[in-house]
Ligand binder design. Structure first.
Ligand SMILES: [Zn+2]
Length: 153
């Protein structure tokens, strides 16, 4: 059973976006909790939700996943191979992705970074629910490999 805080957050989201609050949507929070600490595909999420009897049609999940992303319960990670993976969390994430080997690292940004963000939101009147930063580049292994390999013409 999802915590009271999470349920309140979900209800607030549905109220604010004029969407219908359903028990099925509430139960999705339990599935997301079950997957905590892993990165998963939408297929894996669907299989688990179906196994638990919470969702029957895959289309329902495809139609609704964005709500959980917007509400800050899921983060999307856009991998460099064009695929998207998901992670259950508080929706406050900074990822570093290597475009050479597709390695994904989740980092904890410095306190100043968070403060700056909060300040920006206050300045622009946004009540922040979630954030998802993705920084792309080459990891040290790939940088080394690129430098060592001769470039063919
Ligand atoms: Zn790399």
């Amino acid at each position: 059973m999802a915590s009271k805080g999470k349920l309140a957050k979900l209800r607030k989201f549905f109220r604010a976006s004029n969407k219908r609050y359903t028990v099925e949507r509430e139960h999705m929070l339990d599935i997301l909790d079950e997957l905590k600490g892993q990165r998963y595909s939408i297929v894996k999420l669907y299989k688990l939700a179906r196994k638990r009897g919470m969702i029957h049609a895959a289309s329902t999940l495809y139609r609704n996943i964005f709500m959980f992303i917007d509400a800050g319960f899921i983060s999307e990670v856009h991998l460099t191979n064009g695929k998207t993976e998901y992670e259950s969390n508080t929706g406050q994430n900074t990822f570093m992705l290597c475009i050479g080997c597709s390695e994904v690292k989740k980092i904890r940004p410095p306190k100043e970074f968070k403060e700056m963000q909060t300040e920006l939101c206050q300045k622009h009147g946004l009540d922040m629910i979630s954030y998802n930063h993705q920084i792309k580049g080459y990891c040290s292994k790939c940088s080394r490999r690129i430098q060592e390999e001769p470039i063919e013409e």
